[in-house]
Design a protein around this ligand. Structure first.
Ligand SMILES: C[S@@+](CC[C@H](N)C(=O)[O-])C[C@H]1O[C@@H](n2cnc3c(N)ncnc32)[C@H](O)[C@@H]1O
Length: 254
C-alpha cells in the first residue's frame, strides 16, 4: 500500500466508531437542503452518503488524499457526489462551498494553520465549519504501548527517527488557529469517547496502526499488531478523546 493510502474496503466495514461520531455531528448541522457542502477527508464515503442525503438540491464535494478512499467513494456514490483526490492543505475546489464538514480527519494533518487557511479560502463568507477529529489526550494509553513495542527488538530500527502520524491538538490552541485563519463564532471542546472492541485486530490494523505499518516490512506487520494487542490486554478499550469545532467564516452571508 502506498504511503498515506488506506485499505478503503476494510475501513468501510469496520469504521462503526467513526460513523457513530459523524452521526452526532450531522445532527448539529441543520441544513436546508440546497447547500454546497465539502466532506473534508471523506474516507470510503459512508459518512459522505449521509451528507448527500441531507442536501437533495445541493452538491457535495468529497475530498480525500488517499487514492483508494476516493475510488471507493466514487464506486459507492457515483454521481451523487464529486469525489476529488487532494491534500486538504492544498485544497482547490471548482466553486466556494457553504458548509465544510469533517470527521476523524484533521488529526492526520500536521500543519493545522495551513489546513485552516486552505479551508477558509474554500468557503463563502458566513459559511459554516462543523468538524471533529482526535484531540489532546486521544488514545494516550494505546499510543504509549504502541511506542513501547516500536522501541523493541526488530521494530526499533524502523521507528528510530519517527514522531508518529498524529496531531492531537487542544481546544484552546485550535480555537486560536481558527480565528487566525479568519473564522469567527468559534467554539471548540474536547469530548472523551472510550470505545471497547471485542475483536480489535482488524480495527487497529486498518486505522490506529495504518501509518506504523507503512514503516515496517510486510513480514513484520502481524507480529507488530500481535505485540501491541498482547501488551494492551483485555478488555480492549481505545481511550478516544474527540476535538469538536464549530465556526463561521467572518463576513456577510451571501
Ligand atoms: C479515519 S479516516 C475518516 C474518514 C471519514 N471522514 C469517516 O468519518 O469515516 C481519515 C481520512 O483522512 C484522510 N486524510 C488524512 N490526511 C489527509 C489530507 N492531508 N488531506 C485529505 N485527506 C486526508 C485519510 O486518507 C482518511 O481517509
Amino acid at each position: 500500500m502506498a504511503e498515506r493510502d488506506w485499505d478503503a474496503a476494510t475501513y468501510d466495514q469496520i469504521s462503526a466508531p467513526q460513523q457513530a461520531w459523524a452521526r452526532e455531528q450531522l445532527e448539529r448541522l441543520q441544513l436546508s437542503g440546497d447547500e454546497v457542502v465539502l466532506d473534508a477527508g471523506c474516507g470510503s464515503g459512508k459518512v459522505t452518503a449521509l451528507l448527500a442525503d441531507m442536501v437533495p438540491r445541493g452538491r457535495v464535494y468529497a475530498v480525500d488524499v488517499a487514492p483508494s478512499m476516493v475510488q471507493h467513494t466514487r464506486g459507492a456514490l457515483g454521481d451523487r457526489v464529486v469525489a476529488l483526490c487532494q491534500d486538504l492543505t492544498e485544497l482547490s475546489l471548482p466553486e466556494p462551498v457553504d458548509v465544510i464538514f469533517s470527521n476523524a480527519t484533521f488529526h492526520w494533518i500536521a500543519d493545522h494553520a495551513k489546513l485552516f487557511g486552505a479551508l477558509a479560502r474554500a468557503i463563502v463568507p458566513g459559511g459554516r465549519l462543523v468538524a471533529q477529529c482526535g484531540g489532546q489526550g486521544n488514545i494516550d494509553s494505546f499510543r504509549r504501548l504502541a511506542d513501547e513495542v516500536a522501541a523493541q527488538g526488530d521494530f526499533a530500527t524502523y521507528f528510530s527517527d519517527w514522531q508518529g502520524p498524529w496531531n492531537y491538538a487542544g481546544a484552546e490552541p485550535t480555537a486560536q488557529r481558527l480565528r487566525e485563519a479568519g473564522f469567527s463564532e468559534v467554539s471548540t471542546w474536547l469530548e472523551p469517547k472510550p470505545t471497547p472492541f471485542d475483536d480489535p485486530a482488524p480495527f487497529v490494523r486498518t486505522v490506529c496502526l495504518v501509518r506504523h505499518l507503512d514503516r515496517l516490512p510486510a513480514e513484520l506487520h502481524e507480529r507488530f499488531i500481535d505485540a501491541v494487542l498482547e501488551r494492551a490486554g483485555r478488555p480492549f478499550v481505545l481511550d478516544y478523546v474527540r476535538l469538536n469545532m464549530t465556526a463561521r467564516l467572518a463576513g456577510e452571508p451571501r
